[in-house]
Design a protein around this ligand. Structure first.
Ligand code: 1PR
Length: 533
């Protein structure tokens, strides 16, 4: 094609490239999909968003003849932009389930991050770049945070230094982008927020004005502020954003209606504009209503992802399901549908509790749980486990088989200890497993992140449960999102200063417009906590 507004996209069908597609369309370009190796060779400019695991990507590329075409295209210095795994595949090999050979265009081995010294893996969130050489497409980034989500990375060396255009520090300095002539690749996600400027510059190198670095203060991985939308259909059948008090979402009126705080797509758009680092949708009745029958939720994701360029997480109802007609859907199909509709991550609640209980009982990883399956196909960075614990007071630490904490304020009967009991079905049923035990097990089974709620604190506005968040964030090496109880900006700085949480999530204060996201960020900055602005 010779049209200036067309871009060729290499999507080998392994995962979610909808957000890249949305970003390209948002910038006013049309997408032509690669179907044969010839389409690569004939492209005017090619974008290659790598998704899934390194080995399976290489497998598909080799079998289809695309690997050879890609190498020829790149060696001829044709306009190329690789994204994430699309950068890693250019290297000689990867340690991901390997060693596995890559395309071998750049010297170096892709290795896993060390989760030493508190650097949690996956590396998820907004981090800073150090520019190593002029690469043009990075010119608008300046001192701003860009979005990363990965567990593997390539390292700069003497052999590849002519390629490296920027690095990022996370424990050590890894390669954040490469550039040689017309060939570019980025480890971060240019389809998110300020990253869009990278896509724009790649797609239209000629129309660039003078270099004007954007103002910011990025120096390291930022703490994230997440807006959460609990979504369900109300009694009229409309999908609404609701919000509970300790998980009770019904108004205390005669009609007892579902509390309605707004429309999901609108609110998500508003929070993006307000500076939310991520938006989460929780389909809170997913445990009883099958989400693929609940098409409005998929609609919400599709519409939101067209205009909201921060990561979207969706949870609720991710499990195996047989519908009224006897048709069986695997949890993987449910998750795939969510990813296809624009989710960057999915979140599993109840089903992760069952999987953890089973694993503790049998000590066997079957690989069959929703958690294991989705994590294997999409990578653990795409799988969040949402925990809904409730505090249970006991007299002493030996009264239960679960990890207890000494409580700062004694319980109703003077109890000095408590454990955090996991629940399923939206807090309706307590299970025989603690949040601490669950967190450790789901990390082993493939969770890439933990969304840590607390039923006692939910909707109370009295602050996060610091004891719980400390307990869990010290127990695992994956990122932990603190949730439930935010009522003031100080609650956010408290949770980041007193615990190792990587992100803090809130719902009620944002929905009720009590505290805008900008104020939370301004406060955190003032307290010396790095955030994305
Ligand atoms: O079990 O896989 O179907 O997932 C169900 C999901 O829905 C879980 O992530 C579970 O946490 C969520 N959920 C189920 N019922 C409710 C409810 O409220 N009745 N909401 C619910 C969870 C907690 C947070 C809330 C924070 C912050 N809500 O999402 O946003 O507590 O609130 P705040 O800032 O107002 O205090 P599955």
């Amino acid at each position: 094609s010779s049209s200036g507004s067309v871009v060729t996209l290499l999507d080998y069908g392994a995962g979610n490239v909808r957000s890249v597609r949305n970003a390209i369309r948002y910038l006013g370009y049309e997408i032509e999909d690669v179907r044969t190796p010839k389409d690569i060779l004939n492209a005017d400019r090619l974008i290659f968003p790598g998704v899934g695991a390194f080995a399976s990507a290489m497998d598909v590329l080799t079998k289809t003849g695309m690997a050879e075409a890609l190498c020829a295209y790149i060696e001829n210095d044709r306009p190329f932009l690789g994204i994430c795994l699309g950068l890693q595949l250019l290297f000689e090999s990867s340690e991901e389930n390997g060693p596995v050979n890559g395309l071998g265009l750049i010297p170096g081995v892709v290795g896993r991050f060390n989760s030493l010294n508190g650097f949690r893996v996956p590396h998820i969130g907004w981090n800073a770049l150090q520019i190593a050489k002029d690469s043009e497409i990075l010119d608008d980034i300046g001192d701003r945070h860009v979005y990363f989500v990965h567990s593997y990375r390539a390292m700069p060396s003497n052999d590849n230094k002519e390629w490296v255009s920027s690095t990022c520090n996370y424990g050590d300095d890894f390669i954040a982008s490469i550039r040689r002539g017309n060939v570019h690749a980025v480890q971060f996600h240019p389809e998110k927020n300020v990253g869009l400027s990278v896509l724009r510059r790649f797609l239209n190198p000629k129309s660039q004005g003078s270099k004007k670095p954007t103002q910011g203060k990025a120096s390291k991985l930022a703490k994230r502020v997440i807006a959460c939308l609990d979504v369900r259909t109300n009694d009229k059948g409309d999908l609404v954003v609701t919000k509970g008090d300790q998980y009770d979402v019904r108004e205390q009126t005669k009609e007892n209606e579902v509390r309605n705080l707004g429309k999901p797509v609108e609110l998500a758009g508003q929070y993006y504009k307000d500076g939310a680092d991520e938006v989460s949708f929780l389909n809170i009745t997913g445990f009883r209503d099958f989400p693929l029958g609940d098409l409005p939720m998929l609609q919400v994701l599709r519409h939101t992802s067209e205009n909201v360029f921060v990561p979207l997480t969706v949870g609720g109802g991710i499990r195996d399901f047989t519908d009224a007609n006897g048709r069986y859907y695997s949890s993987l199909e449910v998750a795939s549908e969510y990813f296809r509709s624009g989710a960057d991550k999915i979140s599993i609640g109840s089903d992760a509790v069952y999987a953890a209980e089973e694993y503790i009982k049998t000590k066997v990883k079957t690989g069959k749980s929703s958690l294991e399956q989705i994590s294997k196909v999409y990578g653990n960075q795409a799988v969040v486990v949402s925990i809904d614990p409730r505090r249970v007071y006991v007299q002493g630490p030996n009264d239960v088989q679960f990890k207890t904490i000494r409580v700062p304020k004694p319980g109703p009967n003077g109890e000095e200890y408590a454990w955090y009991q996991c629940t399923v079905n939206g807090g309706r049923e307590g299970r025989s497993i603690g949040a601490y035990e669950l967190a450790k097990v789901v990390e082993e089974l493939g969770a890439g992140e933990i969304l840590l709620n607390c039923i006692d604190c939910d909707g109370q506005g009295k602050g996060f449960d610091i004891d719980l968040i400390k307990l869990i964030s010290d127990a695992v090496s994956i990122p932990v999102i603190a949730s439930s109880g935010a009522g003031a900006v100080e609650h956010f700085s408290e949770v980041f200063m007193k615990t190792n949480a990587s992100a803090a999530l809130a719902a009620g204060i944002f929905h009720r417009k009590e505290v805008p996201i900008q104020s939370v960020k301004a406060h955190l900055l003032k307290e010396g906590i790095e955030v994305r602005i």
